[in-house]
Design a protein around this ligand. Structure first.
Ligand SMILES: NC(=O)c1ccc[n+]([C@@H]2O[C@H](COP(=O)([O-])OP(=O)(O)OC[C@H]3O[C@@H](n4cnc5c(N)ncnc54)[C@H](O)[C@@H]3O)[C@@H](O)[C@H]2O)c1
Length: 460
């Protein structure tokens, strides 16, 4: 179930939140008659960004049962990534794939070619690193395509304004847009949300979230080897570089951050944070050149004064915890018990989480990654409103607030983050494989890193 319908803003509210008419005016606008596939029509898919999650999202899309679906085009900037995902998908979905070589596209313009293979009302899957999200989404809207896009959807203020405006345009064109914040489609979290709204916890007065484990994915990077450009190196190791992903903060922590905002039905007004780089050397003695801090501790403040504390850490051998909690005047709840949104969720009387004080525990075990696709496809075939972009941009912005607070050592408000003019990759829509990267090395071969208290208005 999408919560988007009741939270959809009026155009005036939207323009206010997105920084006014000027923000919307910087993007082209598109107007079309509504086109949508009927119940039994085949919906064709294109996959843009053929990595781990792209393959997973395509598999989820091809596993939906509301009507016929076929994957017909794929695009990536790297041949090896496309080939691997093609092979993996082909093993499980041969009958619902028809992606011959001439519909496999490599390069920064591949997204256009892949979407050009679709017709209005089809679906494009956007699963590149988030730096490219607004570029690809803008083209999808111009082609009148429904969209599934992965989180995060933005990494900075300027692209958040763009995405708020594009989200509005998609709704105006009758397009359906899912965003991969799958917590929102986890039945145990939906049930907990409803119980919280019904007052079962009393008033929420504190929330806590943790994601603490060893270095994951491409969290850390040693210096770029010869024979590969900065651009290729950074895209392949996108969790290491802020322009590409928002770093580990946006990429890893966004789900838990989003859960706090959802359960509270509000967005924080400000964040202050600490963080540090502790072990920035590889076991071989090479200096890590990524832009991430190893530890982050953020205090978010909501409009009613409620605090949400979030701790993130990527250090091997330290205490591990990956879960989220809500404290109310009547009791405490476990939201995500383990990982990004693992169930069961539970509610306890008082503040102790003991078996004797357990009041409720969820029993549903369905797969949120599949649910988000089933609900998107149902909305497309039934032509029901479905647009998760505003929610996705807000989760991305609130993540950026926490990150920027830690990186600069300053208190960062929601408004300051939205209106921060530092666009990390201003010409990302014009990149080619031979372009310099939006982040070039300094004279010592390292990339600029956050220095809290020294670099206070920009993160690097
Ligand atoms: N919801 C979740 O639980 C979840 C889980 C994993 C990843 N994700 C998100 O999915 C996205 C991708 O993550 P991943 O783990 O699959 O990374 P990945 O590196 O495995 O895949 C990304 C792919 O995009 C390609 N790519 C990069 N720039 C491109 C461009 N401009 N045009 C076309 N292709 C391009 C890369 O070559 C790569 O194949 C990220 O935003 C990540 O946060 C979400």
């Amino acid at each position: 179930m999408s919560t988007q319908k009741k939270t959809q803003p009026s155009r005036r509210e939207f323009l206010k939140a997105a920084g006014g008419v000027a923000a919307a005016a910087t993007l082209p606008t598109f107007a079309f008659p509504t086109v949508h596939p009927q119940g039994s029509d085949e919906i064709r898919l294109a996959l843009v960004g053929c990595g781990g999650r792209g393959g997973g999202a395509a598999a989820n899309a091809l596993s939906t049962t509301s009507g016929p679906v076929k994957l017909v085009a794929m695009a990536d900037v790297f041949q090896d990534r496309l080939d691997d995902t093609f092979k993996n998908l082909d093993k499980g979905f041969k009958k619902t794939m028809d992606v011959p070589k001439d519909r496999q596209f490599i390069g920064f313009d591949g997204y256009k070619k892949a979407m050009d293979c679709l017709k209005p009302g089809d679906v494009v899957i956007l699963t590149t690193p988030p730096a490219f999200r607004w570029v690809h989404f803008q083209y999808a809207i111009s082609k009148k395509l429904n969209v599934f896009m992965e989180k995060p959807v933005t990494v900075d203020g300027p692209t958040s304004k763009k995405m708020f405006a594009l989200g509005e345009q998609a709704s105006a064109a009758g397009l359906k847009v899912g965003v991969g914040l799958m917590s929102r489609h986890a039945p145990w979290l939906q049930q907990l949300h409803e119980r919280v709204q019904n007052g079962e916890l009393g008033e929420i007065i504190l929330m806590r979230g943790y994601r603490m484990h060893g270095p994951a994915a491409t969290f850390e990077s040693t210096p770029k080897p010869d024979g590969i450009s900065d651009l290729e190196y950074q895209i392949r190791r996108f969790h290491s570089f802020l322009w590409c992903s928002g770093g580990c903060f946006n990429d890893f922590y966004i789900h838990i951050v989003d859960q706090g905002c959802w359960m509270k039905n509000a967005l924080p007004v400000s964040a202050q944070a600490i963080g540090g780089r502790h072990y920035k050397q590889s076991p071989e003695g090479l200096t890590f050149v990524d832009q991430n801090l190893d530890t982050y501790g953020v205090e978010y403040t909501f409009p009613d004064g409620t605090k949400f504390f979030f701790d993130g850490r990527c250090i091997e051998g330290a205490y591990g915890k990956f879960s989220s909690y809500l404290h109310g005047t009547k009791g405490v709840a476990i939201a995500s018990r383990a990982n990004d949104c693992g169930g069961p969720s539970s509610i306890y009387k008082g503040q102790k989480m003991t078996p004797e004080s357990l009041l409720w525990q969820s029993t549903d075990r369905s797969n949120p990654y599949q649910n988000e696709w089933d609900e998107l496809m149902k909305a497309i075939r039934g032509n029901k409103p479905f647009n998760e972009v505003k929610q996705g941009v807000n989760a991305s912005l609130v993540s950026s607030m926490g990150r920027m607070a830690a990186h600069t050592g300053q208190e960062i408000t929601y408004d300051a983050m939205l209106n921060c003019e530092h666009e990390f990759a201003p010409n990302v829509d014009k990149l080619t494989l031979g372009s310099p990267s939006p982040l070039m090395p300094e004279a010592n071969g390292r990339y600029p890193i956050p220095q809290p208290g020294i670099k206070t208005t920009k993160e690097y």
